[in-house]
Design a binder for this molecule. Sequence first.
Ligand code: ATP
Length: 323
Amino acid sequence: MTTTPVVRAEHLRKAYGSTLAVADVSLTVERGEIYGILGRNGAGKTTTVEMVAGLRRPDAGTVDVLGLDPTTQAAALHEQVGLQLQESALPDRLRVREALDLYASFYADPADPADLLDLLGLGAKRDTAFTDLSGGQKQRLSVALALVGRPQLAILDELTTGLDPHARRETWAVVEAIRDAGVTILLVTHLMEEAERLCDRIALIASGRVAAVGTPAEIVALAQGEQVLRVRPATPVADDALLAALAGVPDVREAVVEDRALVVRGGGTVVQDVLVALARHDVRAADVRLERASLEDAFVSLTGAGPDDPAPSLQAATTAPEA
Ligand SMILES: Nc1ncnc2c1ncn2[C@@H]1O[C@H](COP(=O)(O)OP(=O)(O)OP(=O)(O)O)[C@@H](O)[C@H]1O
């Protein structure tokens, strides 16, 4: 793409006391895309987008959003950037339409609240009080409020957390409709399925660093090193003989026999090479299965992160190798 990026962040860093929330994050969001920031809880996603939105000042690094510096040009930035942050709450009795009218009054040229409610499927709820909305409707209202200033960029943080699968899908459709209406979207999520379904590109964040950037397919391909091939011989072959047949095959990372089947993990051209090697040793396959990596496999393989890993600290960041 040749247009100027909507967001260009370089080497952002932010610590809270001794907790290094963001160690080194660089990212570039192009106009018109849904750009996902994917990472487990505590990876530094929210802190990253808060720096992009001008809500937090980076300890180091630079951010440019639509040609503006968020730390020194916050007012101008807020005219162009819509924010939907985690757990947004409104007064219980405020009605949907009142909330939109209130937010619209902050802008010189707001979107038409009725159009926005229709876009978000809230037209029938215009007179409903905030407290009487379902979780999904509250989330969609928070998106409507983020969009009422006709932003060029919308930042949506953990938009579907806590929603049931149906409400989640409805919300995804809304996000796509917003993108189709020309708004660039920076989407924070810890849900693989959400990132895979919605995002044009994803930055995988682990321990405050970018572990990988690409389309969902590119990220899965990056982790294709973790291909798993499972071959069941047509006639019984001794375990040792099966393993010996693989001698000299490049890119084999691990080979074991499980339940009479040869299970090989590896990268590159490991699949063809293993099948050729077996054929050379007269091992015919009754059943061959290739387990392809999912975005979730890619996430684990690229970030090395388990769901319960501790948050990084300044001390850990200086002594432990990068994830
Ligand atoms: N205001 C704060 N004060 C102190 N520590 C904080 C603060 N905000 C975040 N942290 C810590 O910084 C780290 C990164 O948090 P951050 O919220 O940016 O991550 P996240 O990826 O958005 O996680 P989550 O999805 O749980 O919100 C975590 O260890 C968190 O506990």
